[in-house]
Design a protein around this ligand. Sequence first.
Ligand code: SAM
Length: 227
Amino acid sequence: MTDDHLPTRHDVDSRGTDPAGGHGGSGGHGIDWDERYSVDEQLWSGEPNGSLVAEVAGLEPGTALDVGCGEGADAIWLAGLGWRVTAIDVADVALERARHAARQAGVEVEWQRTGLLDAVFPPHGFDLVSAQYPALLHTGTQGAERALLAAVAPGGHLVVVHHADIDEEVAKAHGFDPADYVSVADVSALLDDDWAIVADERRPRHVHAGAGAGHTHDLVLHATRVR
Ligand SMILES: C[S@@+](CC[C@H](N)C(=O)[O-])C[C@H]1O[C@@H](n2cnc3c(N)ncnc32)[C@H](O)[C@@H]1O
């Protein structure tokens, strides 16, 4: 497999924090996502992520938050189904592409350039919170994991997807340690009696275009907040 869907990292000190400051301690540290996006005119496939489609297709549209929306394919797909979508990312380059794609698709999305921990969300939360391969760094206090959970409204859905079978040695050779990043298991470990698990599994992924095409399986967490 390739690790093209993964970030490359630089300027990260031994505590995993960014000496130059970051985006609220949840993933902006040391990774220049604008630089990553700038290597190509389009980084990802332009299609919504299959695991998100599988989990969400049958749901009644409401409000949705897309965390780490990248070039916007998921947010645009959701908006096309009638979801009222807020989409956040730290990369201006990606958001500019997302805005353009949304205009082309004729849908409205509220795009926000912000890191997850810096974001200000409505207190009542979202009916759907989606984080697809979101590259959120550990904070030491489970800040990113808790922020994802806190953003879900009672009765709402949380869908977190990451790559399965990441080759740690290959990733490290590219200056990226997967252990620095919030995993699906990190999020599911915080689910208590307020949550019901809909899916927590490994499943095949079929992506044949874009930088993530080399990854063949996903880890998928879908939980609903019961109260
Ligand atoms: C691997 S990409 C996935 C993009 C998109 N979800 C997709 O599936 O195509 C990870 C994205 O997370 C964004 N990101 C990194 N740290 C973030 C943070 N703290 N808050 C929000 N987005 C972040 C990056 O800019 C990048 O667009």
